[in-house]
Design a protein around this ligand. Structure first.
Ligand SMILES: Nc1nc2c(ncn2[C@@H]2O[C@H](COP(=O)(O)OP(=O)(O)OP(=O)(O)O)[C@@H](O)[C@H]2O)c(=O)[nH]1
Ligand SMILES: [Mg+2]
Length: 524
């Protein structure tokens, strides 16, 4: 939905009076010389802080109430640019923002200074200086605030055009009967006068067709000249033409009563039509004036048109109109709305199909494989492989490497025999374990033990004695206190007996010694 321009709050032009009187009302007013210094300081600090915060809040409210030009619909963005000059508008808001920041920094600075105030007089002077600085900054905002207030008032009168709604847009040279048609079709009441540029801004009206709500936008007349030469009034029409998703009704006054010849009107059409990528309907207006007799008989379709108009209309969508003939008004409305609905349906279908078509992928079998091969074979049909061919025919060379599932350049690499100290073939042969087992069966059982058990025991005993001897030698080098602390002899120590677990014996805990907790000075 479009930005609600009517909701912008009124700008307080007497901002200084508002803030200073509020400070007076909302902060304490009495302080005496006899009061302690911290109290005096906090009294003035509070005043400075309050004023600064109030100025900042007021400025922030004004800034936020206006639309962010970059965030709103491009139609309103351009309209603001045409009507109020976007850069000027942005600069005004920027001025408010910079003043707000300056006010905040002044507040901080003077709050810091008041902390070091040595007397009531000193603190008061600091407060006066702080408030004075802030106020003179805000005083400089007066022209900016006045400009913004003007903009606000103008914005609140802007028509509530919804850029997303179904729209019928009227355009053409001035005085061609646009506003008259709009008054007939909708409930809007736009000024109609027999002179050019009666309509000076955009107007919007609403009507219902085919159980749908439509908006109709009347634009000021446009003259056929370069874009740079167009004034603000004409530029509004151009903005609407550029951004509103609508069916465009180009009004061509066939009676030439508007003050412009048919040639001039055709020339205007030719200059704007290439810029508009939407459907256009040419409305041949004021047909009753061209041939009054036909208007009464409601057969304005049989109007005799000039050859140049006939040539111009060739291949284009057009309709006849006389505001005094309700049938022709209804017909123009019907053709315009139907055409717009048709166009939007086309776009919708395109939009809906595009994301789906992107995802659909029709897969075809690779072309190098003949189709017959892909078909199912009967079970008894034997497949002759390359290996079979090699078996039968000794001249046939069966290249196994070509079927390896490795990179193309690695297929013919020579395989190493030993890798990481292991025979690669040990890992290649699947039945290697079975083969090893079958070998073991035929090998004689080899025993490498040459000593019998008695000799082995004797050797173990001697080793243990030698170890004990070495340990004792080492112990002799230790300091005296470690010598009496004999280590457990692992070889000779008894096996640790498992702890006997009986019922737990109740051991009375000794009470901690009570001592006097009184502080020592009480004894003095
Ligand atoms: N006879 C006749 N007069 C018409 C018709 N349509 C509009 N007029 C007259 O043409 C004059 C201009 O009409 P407007 O509707 O103000 O034309 P406009 O295009 O809105 O003009 P601008 O707002 O100046 O751009 C008025 O005097 C209307 O009465 C029509 O169909 N027949
Ligand atoms: Mg008008």
């Amino acid at each position: 939905m479009a930005f609600n321009f009517k909701a912008i709050k009124k700008i307080p032009l007497s901002l200084i009076d508002v803030v200073l009187s509020k400070t007076q009302r909302k902060t304490p007013t009495v302080i005496r010389n006899k009061h302690p210094l911290p109290k005096i300081r906090s009294f003035y600090t509070r005043k400075v802080k309050f004023t600064g915060a109030e100025y900042a809040m007021q400025l922030e409210t004004i800034i936020n109430s206006f639309p962010h030009v970059e965030d709103i619909h491009p139609f309103y963005n351009d309209l603001i640019n045409v009507l109020y000059d976007k850069s000027h508008f942005k600069m005004a808001l920027g001025h408010l923002n910079s003043t707000k920041k300056n006010v905040e920094s002044i507040t901080n600075e003077y709050v810091r200074l008041i902390k070091y105030g040595t007397s009531l007089y000193g603190c008061k002077q600091l407060k006066r200086a702080g408030l004075g600085k802030m106020t003179s900054l805000v005083k400089r905002l007066k022209p900016t605030l006045e400009y913004l207030e003007e903009v606000r008032q103008h914005m609140s009168r802007l028509p509530q055009i919804d850029p997303e709604c179904r729209t019928v847009l009227l355009c053409g040279l001035p005085n061609t009967g646009k506003s008259s048609f709009m008054n007939c079709v909708s409930k809007a009441h736009v000024d109609v006068q027999p002179y050019a540029f009666t309509t000076r801004s955009l107007f919007v009206g609403h009507f219902e067709y085919n159980y749908l709500s439509w908006q109709i936008v009347d634009t000021p007349g446009v003259l056929d000249h370069a874009l740079e030469e167009m004034n603000t009034i004409e530029m509004q029409s151009v903005t609407a033409l550029a951004h509103l998703n609508s069916i465009v009704l180009f009004f061509l006054d066939v009676s030439e009563q508007c003050g412009y010849s048919v040639d001039q009107q055709i020339s205007l059409y030719n200059s704007i039509a290439p810029l508009i990528d939407r459907r256009m309907l040419i409305v041949l207006s004021k047909c009753d004036l061209k041939s009054p007799s036909t208007a009464k008989s409601t057969k304005i379709e049989h109007l005799d048109l000039k050859d140049e108009i006939k040539y111009f209309l060739d291949g284009k969508q057009y309709a006849f109109l006389s505001v005094f003939d309700p049938e022709s008004v209804e017909k123009v409305k019907r053709i315009a709305c139907d055409s717009h609905l048709e166009k939007s349906l086309e776009i919708k279908l395109q939009k809906n199909l595009e994301p789906i078509l992107n995802r659909i992928n029709v897969h075809e079998p690779p072309s190098h494989r003949p189709k017959e091969e892909c078909m199912l074979r009967s079970s008894d049909e034997k497949i002759i492989t390359e290996r079979d061919l090699a078996k039968d025919n000794l001249d046939y060379y069966f290249d196994e490497n070509k079927n390896y599932l490795v990179n193309e350049d690695e297929k013919y690499d020579v395989m190493p025999e030993i890798y990481n100290g292991k025979n690669v073939m040990d890992f290649v042969d699947v039945n290697i374990l079975d083969k090893v087992e079958s070998m073991d069966r035929y090998l004689p059982i080899r025993d490498y033990d040459v000593f019998d058990d008695n000799i082995k025991k004797e050797i173990d005993k001697r080793i243990r004695v030698k170890q004990e001897h070495t340990r004792n030698k080492l112990r002799a080098t230790l300091p005296e206190r470690f010598k009496n602390n004999p280590r457990k002899k692992y070889s000779t120590c008894k096996e640790a007996e498992p702890k006997k677990r009986g019922p737990k014996q109740f051991v009375e805990k000794q009470k901690p010694m009570e001592y006097d907790r009184k502080p020592k000075h009480l004894y003095r």
